[in-house]
Write a protein that binds this ligand. Structure first.
Ligand SMILES: [Zn+2]
Length: 320
């Protein structure tokens, strides 16, 4: 095992180094990517863990912080590269999905651009300095400011069956009821690394920002630690669950603006035709009754009271 050095951060075998990578500047500030390099005493795989690619998905951020605290490099084989909050601008400004500086969705601009705007530079910094070194990548998400998302995992699906199986196994390391498969492409999400680098990639989804709930932090955290067992980075036998592979989900939107009054909660099983909620006008009169188009489970709920036309209300995931 040798020393791992990323920019000015250096961790000898059995050491944990913490610091920041400069990504880009605004008129008065420098935005940085926080990084923990946790270098095991013995040789093994390098696993990347990212939280806060969407900076208000706080349960995922807290889970990565707990992993950084919990991991003891003296007892590890291999290396963990952990980024607790990738999207500093969104984290600080609490904006919905988009950076306040360039109005870009960070999880749509990978692998980034070193000469681009702030989001593109943040993507480039983490892709070039962290993701390129990894044998596997976990990107933890869940519940931007308008969303309440129940636990599930997205596994990358590309051309290489062996890599696809590893991604699916990583997803099965999370205590999830269902998994969705995502066809990876060379650009866009962090999971582009499966297409570009041939490494297995997953995205875990769970949480809502207000409040941050313990159960959802634990979902991400247990999954992270279990994936590290799967790759032999930490001691122990991984527990792989047997979730349903979902065939897809249906997203239902507001026809007109008004007030969203949900009738169901996340993770609730629904039948085709069940009422999921109504949109009323500002006098309380119902303008839209939202019904389940098919049997499934409530995967995502809007958590804002007011709604504008065309905005997302609820998504139903098919579990067969
Ligand atoms: Zn997200």
């Amino acid at each position: 095992m040798s020393t791992v050095t990323i920019a000015h951060l250096s961790a000898a075998p059995g050491e944990k180094a913490k610091g920041f990578l400069d990504a880009g500047t605004t008129s008065v500030n420098t935005y940085r990517v926080p990084l923990a390099v946790i270098n095991g005493a013995e040789k093994g795989k390098t696993v990347g863990i990212i939280g806060g690619t969407h900076g208000t998905e706080f349960a995922s951020i807290e889970a990565v912080i707990r992993a950084i605290k919990a991991l003891d490099p003296k007892k590890m084989r291999g290396t963990v590269l952990a980024v607790p909050v990738l999207n500093g601008p969104q984290f600080e400004h609490k904006t919905m999905f988009l950076s306040p500086f360039d109005q870009m969705n960070l999880n749509r601009v990978f692998p980034g651009d070193p000469g681009g705007t702030l989001s593109q530079r943040i993507a480039h910094t983490v892709y070039d300095s962290v993701i390129k070194r990894c044998d596997a990548l976990m990107d933890c998400h869940g519940g931007d400011v308008n969303e309440d998302i129940h636990n599930y995992v997205i596994a990358g699906k590309g051309d290489d069956e062996e890599v696809n199986k590893m991604a699916l196994d990583m997803a099965r390391c999370f205590p999830t009821r269902f998994i969705t498969l995502f066809p990876v492409s060379p650009t866009g999400m962090t999971m582009c690394a499966q297409s570009r680098l041939g490494i297995p990639c997953i995205t875990s989804e769970s949480g809502t920002p207000f409040p941050v709930r313990e159960g959802e932090i634990v979902f991400h955290h247990e999954g992270i630690m279990n994936v590290l067992r799967y790759f032999g980075v930490i001691e122990g036998k991984p527990k792989l669950v047997e979730p349903v592979i979902s065939s897809g989900s249906t997203r239902l939107r507001a026809v007109e603006g008004g007030i969203w009054r949900p009738a169901v909660t996340t993770d609730q099983t629904v039948k085709a035709g069940d009422v999921l909620g109504v949109v009323t006008d500002l006098f309380g009169d119902v303008r839209q009754t939202v019904k389940a188009p098919r049997d499934g489970v409530v995967g995502m709920m809007r958590c804002f009271y007011s709604v504008n036309c065309g905005e997302l209300l609820v998504s139903i995931t098919t579990l067969e």
